[in-house]
Design a protein around this ligand. Structure first.
Ligand code: HEC
Length: 192
């Protein structure tokens, strides 16, 4: 009898610790109602840096959608999944931090440098939560961040997701822009 009780307690403890481990590794985003709480920069800057891009306004006739320096972070669990198994799992969170840029000539030469403000763009994949659309997109502009707004509802499909569905190469993600996740593959044309 004692042995049975001991075994039951042991099974229960194993189940509880497995559950807490599971919830720990997948909790890279937090929703409050229909709003996403902006991921904490101190956290996501420790995730995997998948790629860096510079989209200067002056190369785009001042019409780029998000001109600036793009740093793309993928949560570590999703990063490992995509790299080792080839897909983004439910719970994936990707943050694109867009630093506004200014061009200047300095000691290191002519170049583009961070000018201060930044926007935070987030995509979250979760087929259980976002049943009809799989991925949800959130935008925290430099103005939101300045005002301390740290919760936002998902953006309308036409503002973000439509472009990702039609133009991205891999499950709505522009994986080919991220060399560490797709070495040697890119669809983008070099500028002559
Ligand atoms: C016209 C097309 C277009 C629109 C509209 C668009 N994006 Fe993107 N997005 C891109 C491209 C291209 C990239 C590749 C990386 C880069 O440009 O640095 C990207 C990258 C991203 C990334 C990094 C992960 C990935 O999917 O590659 C996130 C997050 C993101 N966008 C969120 C958003 C959000 C939020 C909005 C709406 C406010 C939005 N995007 C609107 C084209 C678009």
């Amino acid at each position: 009898m004692k042995k049975t009780i001991y075994l039951c307690v042991l099974t229960l403890l194993t189940a509880v610790s497995a559950w807490s481990f599971q919830s720990e590794i997948t909790a890279f985003f937090q929703l409050e109602g229909d709003k996403l709480i902006m991921p904490d920069p101190d956290e996501y800057r420790r995730w995997e840096l998948a790629g860096v891009g510079v989209v200067p306004n002056d190369l785009n006739r001042h019409r780029a959608i998000f001109p600036g320096v793009h740093l793309v972070y993928v949560d570590p669990v999703a990063y490992k999944h995509r790299r080792d198994r080839g897909f983004y799992p439910d719970g994936t969170v990707i943050v694109m931090e867009n630093f506004h840029q200014k061009s200047q000539e300095g000691v290191s030469g002519k170049g583009y440098f961070e000018s201060g403000p930044r926007d935070v763009l987030v995509s979250v994949k979760d087929r259980r939560k976002f049943t009809s659309k799989v991925w949800s997109y959130y935008l925290f502009t430099d103005k939101d961040i300045k005002k301390g707004i740290n919760k936002k509802a998902a953006m309308p499909k036409s503002d973000c997701q439509a472009c990702h569905i039609s133009a991205a190469d891999d499950d709505e993600v522009f994986t080919s822009c991220y060399p560490r996740l797709s070495p040697g593959k890119t669809k983008a044309k070099p500028i002559k």
